[in-house]
Design a protein around this ligand. Sequence first.
Ligand SMILES: Nc1nc2c(ncn2[C@@H]2O[C@H](COP(=O)(O)OP(=O)(O)OP(=O)(O)O)[C@@H](O)[C@H]2O)c(=O)[nH]1
Length: 304
Amino acid sequence: MRILVVDDTKLIREMVSAIIRHQGYTPVTASGATEALAVLQDGNIDLILMDIEMPEMNGFELTRLIRKLLKHWVPIIFLTGSTEDSHLAEGIDAGGDDYLTKPVNATVLTAKIRAMARIAQMKADLDEVNIKLLQLTQLDPLTEAVNRRGLDESLERAWRIRQRENTKLALIFLDIDHFKTYNDNYGHQQGDQCLKLFTGIVQNQLLRPADILARYGGEEFVALLPNTSLAGAEKIAADIISALQQANLPHDFSDTAEYITASLGISSSHLGAKDSNELLKQADKAVYLAKQQGRNRSVTYHPD
Ligand SMILES: Nc1nc2c(ncn2[C@@H]2O[C@H](COP(=O)(O)OP(=O)(O)OP(=O)(O)O)[C@@H](O)[C@H]2O)c(=O)[nH]1
């Protein structure tokens, strides 16, 4: 645990640091606001012990600033010479969490550090659970691919990034061929199993961390490929078609092949789409052409 001690008096910084070190924690010191803000920007600080009377900026003002600047919550304990109720209330209102009167008592300081560490840990656990929950709300429960809602967000974000960085964003729309006859003949449960296997096969062809595979709905999927050229996307589409052939998931009722195939439509941000929605529509149009041309193939969108 790294504890930042902000105090303009060197002796107090040293005394408090010694207590912190003695308890097995790591003290980091700052003599005022500028140093404190620099430390907070750089390092992982778990707790702040803050003097109130300081020449550069007082502890209340600095606390308000920290609460505004820092995205995450770090507990702040004031070190104060005053025990006046109004003074303490002002500190809590400024964003502080507790106070400690000077001269600092080692036993009290240690107990307060432990209490704050406990709260900070609960907060960290809660944040982690919230992140997991958010991820779950963006996943399709059957295939564990990103769901439609996640796709909308990721596509919008990827579109904005490609505008800012002036890179190419490619998109592949995938539609499994003759999936209705698969379901009708093998049953819905095996249909679900097939969708899971299909997701795994396609996912294996998306090698970059930024690539995203989403289930658009039913037997339709979208692969989002940031920073990828059209030629790159065409290569990935060809690899997906070969991987499906290799996987050889039997489909005895398909008019196209004896295994599960898909039709793929490719679009790229430099083919005239004015927004992310149009990029998706272009890829969808290309899928339609791939179906018309015999399925089990990819077609690249061409502006009319
Ligand atoms: N098992 C299962 N089937 C689904 C799911 N979502 C959609 N489907 C089925 O997917 C099938 C899609 O049928 P169509 O849209 O006619 O497409 P298709 O039979 O693949 O025909 P083409 O795309 O023209 O080759 C329908 O039978 C849907 O019921 C799902 O979550 N699980």
